[in-house]
Design a protein around this ligand. Structure first.
Ligand code: COA
Length: 387
């Protein structure tokens, strides 16, 4: 008697299927708790800087004073972009989304920094370190340059005397940020820097598992992050809040959406079944900002949506995620909404690279299987006999 072939467990979206062992970060979705290398995100947001956090993610421990000094120096040294990349940016249409521009220019960076490809995927430490520094250092320059050049303005060259966060703001606006603005951007970068296994991190690992070069892998991750179900949701949240227009209109808007079974951007998460701790941190930053700049209706509408959704979606564990309040913070700083996801990418590249490093020289090329549900043995019908 023929034995039935064993059907492997199939989980759409790979939900609950581990695809790697990792020590980079940890999420407890029930408690709303996030750690980078064992350190609570709240502590990092309060006490660390993006540069220090990036080192922590890449090397597993907080840097010593001299390690941090050398790392900062390397990051500032590699901020500049090649004039050919600048020329490439000039060629994009004015309407190009900044995420598409970022994805293309990051892939193009790889053409300038040839990467040793090998079957065993083994790399020397220097090469790996240089790739990490180069990508983390250059991505803010690429985003800021595109943001200016699409309006016909010259890009502003980076400055070596500013922090990662302050330099990004300076390249974008031509102005040095005040201390509060710098800290808010820095904390936003810290909280977006890493988040265990997700679509974009997995994209990095899938591409890198063939030992393709890391610029290609990070470019794939940027593509993945751009979607509205992932990082692109922060832009959609602001679109929604603008569409609602007033606190009074929030209730009927939400009811209408739910009745039509439409999703609310910025709510829900595969892992968190309570409020995302990053949403709480970003909301706090907004409140800090309003002490200086005053509140505005967008935040009031967002709070109302959060409150109303508790009674309906909250019961199902669908709560505000990282994207719910980030856009409101960025808008308050005068940053255009289509730059929200690129800022997410500027931060997340640290996490992507930490996972890339962790996987180097290990593991196998990703080659999942499928459950074939098509037909067999169909005849080839010549063109003149097809109905
Ligand atoms: N608004 C309304 N309902 C939502 C929802 C939202 N934002 N997010 C999930 N749901 C509902 C789904 O409609 C589904 O309901 P059903 O069981 O009645 O069919 C259920 O919750 C499960 O949703 P699903 O999309 O299968 O969950 P997931 O784990 O695959 O997806 C997200 C997680 C993040 C993709 C999803 O919550 C979402 O699309 N959120 C909005 C986009 C967003 O903010 N993305 C950024 C994530 S950081």
């Amino acid at each position: 008697m023929a034995t039935k072939p064993e059907i492997p467990c199939y989980s759409p979206g790979l939900a609950g299927i581990p695809v790697a062992e990792s020590a980079v970060s940890f999420v407890d979705g029930q408690r709303g708790h996030l750690e980078y290398r064992g350190i609570d995100i709240e502590q990092l947001a309060e006490r660390s800087s993006f540069e220090e956090t990036a080192w922590l993610l890449l090397y597993g421990e907080l840097p010593t004073e001299s390690e941090l000094r050398t790392f900062n120096k390397a990051l500032t040294h590699h901020r500049r972009m090649k004039f050919r990349i600048r020329d490439m940016l000039k060629c994009f249409p004015e309407s190009a989304h900044p995420m598409d521009s970022l994805q293309a220019t990051v892939a193009a960076l790889g053409t300038f920094y040839p990467f040793p490809k090998s079957l065993d995927g083994k790399l020397d430490e220097q090469t790996v370190h240089h790739v990490c520094v180069n990508l983390i250092a250059k991505m803010p320059t690429l985003v800021a340059a595109h943001a200016r050049m699409r309006h016909g303005d010259d890009p502003i060259p980076p400055r070596d005397d500013l922090s990662h966060a302050a330099n990004f703001y300076y390249m974008l606006t031509g102005e040095e940020p005040d201390a509060l603005t710098e800290r808010i951007i820095d904390v936003a970068l810290i909280v977006h820097a890493e988040h265990t296994m997700n679509a974009s991190t997995f994209s990095t690992l899938v591409v890198a598992s063939s030992h393709a070069d890391p610029y290609t892998s990070i470019s794939a991750a940027i593509g993945s992050l751009s979607g509205p179900l992932h990082g692109g949701a922060n832009e959609d949240v602001l679109k929604m809040l603008d569409e609602i227009g007033s606190v009074e209109a929030a209730e009927s808007y939400l009811q209408g959406k739910l009745a039509r079974k439409e999703k609310i951007p910025g709510l829900g998460h595969r892992v968190y079944k309570t409020k995302d701790p990053r949403a709480t941190l970003l909301q706090r930053l907004y409140v800090e900002l309003t002490e200086r700049l005053g509140s505005d209706p967008t935040y009031e509408i967002a709070s109302r949506i959060e409150e109303l959704s508790k009674q309906t979606l909250g019961k199902k564990g669908i709560c505000p995620n990282v994207d719910f309040y980030s856009g409101i913070v960025y808008r308050k700083l005068g940053i255009p909404s289509d730059l929200f996801t690129p800022i997410f990418a500027i931060a997340r590249v640290a996490g992507w690279l930490a996972h890339w490093k962790e996987q180097l020289g290990e593991g196998r090329i990703y080659r999942p299987s499928q459950i074939y549900c098509g037909e067999h043995g169909n005849p080839y019908v010549p063109l003149d006999q097809r109905g």
